[in-house]
Write a protein that binds this ligand. Structure first.
Ligand code: CAP
Ligand code: MG
Length: 422
């Protein structure tokens, strides 16, 4: 093999990443026929400048130095499923500024299929500030979102219109109206509701934004509606136009099924006054196995750079899988100062008024807490479900127990009777 292009030539154990380098942390398990350093080097090579045949006649001076370096190997971190952790540093010039697709084609691309690895997980990515600055980032930031709905001292509360598919536009708008008038700040479309034969996008948006205005008039509160514009990039722009023409100020995108390129496009198109609600449908296909794929923390980093204002990030309690430590780490990241605006984490999935206090205890109140079944399944209907969620959010913000609050709220008492507090 040509000197310097062997995979172990990409290993500089004990090296220090430069400040302007991007650093990735991988868990990996390698096949028995190679050692950890060889497999780590293979990952560094394939995700930067290399290929399987090291004796490239096209290699010239200067290119080799652009290769990624394995700067740390920790085989003590092995746990059977993994042989250890490798930290890899990448020179910034390997990356196109402002392009998540290009970055992922490098650091989360071919490497997952390399024959040297049995499984591989991109655990974390740390971006240098030069790259961070090349992205738009969120338009609004957590403070703006909370103040828009006057929820500075409690979590923002919302619902997902259910049944997730099947309602006509007028029915959808009516359910939304009931939720808002009950006390919810937010109503959103579900992830698989787009432009359907039974519920056309334009008609739904027109009717639901009209219902929002009526609810705002009736309650004296500002409300938010997140219509799901997920489609091709061009179609999403047309749908965003419909939202804006009807007085909307937020769009929702299924960021993983629509794709990062389309997300960049829509962030650029809607500009700095319109919020983007990011649904992560499909993430568990590659985030769920702890020893393979891409972590949700890494996904959250990409989403924030791309300009997602609200991101589904797990709830710890509820129907969706998600370990406490990991979810807390993601929430902390989304709220931390990184040189771009913050993203508000969204807790959702199997929630109801009885668990809002737990969500806030674990994850804090700079959060959007959403319930679909836990609002529309209320025995007295959506309006009472919305009221119960609002009461639960207010009591969580005040540090009052939900049971105590329920003594003054019939809607909340009924919700607790049905669903309990777990
Ligand atoms: C919740 C939800 C959300 C999930 C997504 C659903 O409805 O609308 O899409 O929360 O999961 O379709 O399941 P319910 P995550 O309140 O009725 O459960 O937030 O983990 O990405
Ligand atoms: Mg949903």
């Amino acid at each position: 093999m040509t000197e310097g292009l062997e995979y172990t030539g990409f290993v500089e154990d004990g090296g220090t990443p430069d400040e302007d380098e991007l650093v990735c942390e991988f868990y990996l398990k390698h096949v028995d026929s190679v050692e950890f350093d060889w497999a780590s080097g293979a990952v560094a090579a394939e995700s930067s400048i290399g290929t399987w045949d090291p004796s490239l006649t096209t290699m010239r001076d200067g290119i080799r130095e652009m290769g990624a370096r394995v700067v740390e190997m920790d085989t003590d971190a092995g746990d059977g499923r993994n042989d250890g952790v490798a930290r890899i540093a990448y020179p910034t010039e390997l990356f196109e500024p402002g392009s998540i697709p290009q970055i992922l084609s490098s650091v989360a691309g071919n490497i997952f299929g390399l024959s040297e690895v049995v499984n591989l997980r991109l655990k974390d990515v740390v971006f240098p500030s030069e790259l961070v600055e090349s992205f738009a980032g969120p338009a609004l930031g957590i403070g703006t979102i909370r103040s828009r709905v006057d929820a500075e001292d409690r979590p923002v509360v919302g619902t997902i219109v259910k049944p997730k598919l099947g309602l006509r536009p007028d029915e959808h708008a009516e359910v939304a109206y009931e939720g808002w008038v009950g006390g919810l700040d937010v109503v959103k479309d579900d992830e698989n509701l787009a432009d359907m034969s039974f519920n056309g996008f334009d008609d739904r948006v027109e009717a639901t934004l009209e219902a929002k205005r009526e609810a705002e008039e009736e309650t004296g509160e500002q409300k938010l509606y997140f219509p799901n514009i997920t489609a091709s990039g061009d179609e999403m722009k047309k749908r965003a136009d419909v939202v804006l023409q009807n007085g909307g100020d937020y769009v929702m995108v299924d960021i993983l099924t629509a794709g990062w390129g389309a997300l960049h496009e829509i962030r650029d198109y809607v500009g700095d006054d319109v919020g983007i609600h990011g649904h992560r449908a499909g993430h568990a296909a590659f985030t769920r196995l702890p020893y393979h794929g891409v972590s949700m923390l890494a996904v959250a980093k990409f989403a924030r750079l791309c300009g997602v204002d609200n991101l589904h990030a797990g709830a710890v309690v509820g129907k969706m899988e998600g370990g406490r430590d990991e979810v807390v780490e993601i929430y902390d990241f989304l709220r931390s100062d990184r040189g771009i605006k913050t993203t508000i984490p969204v807790a959702s999935g199997g929630l109801h008024p009885g668990v809002v206090g737990d969500v806030v205890d674990i994850l804090g109140s700079e959060t959007v807490v959403q319930a679909g079944g836990g609002v529309h399944g209320h025995p007295d209907g959506t309006r009472a479900g919305g009221r119960a969620m609002r009461e639960a959010a207010e009591s969580a913000g005040e540090g009052v127990s939900v049971e105590e609050r329920a003594e003054e709220s019939e809607a909340l008492a009924t919700a607790l009777e049905k669903w309990g507090t777990e």
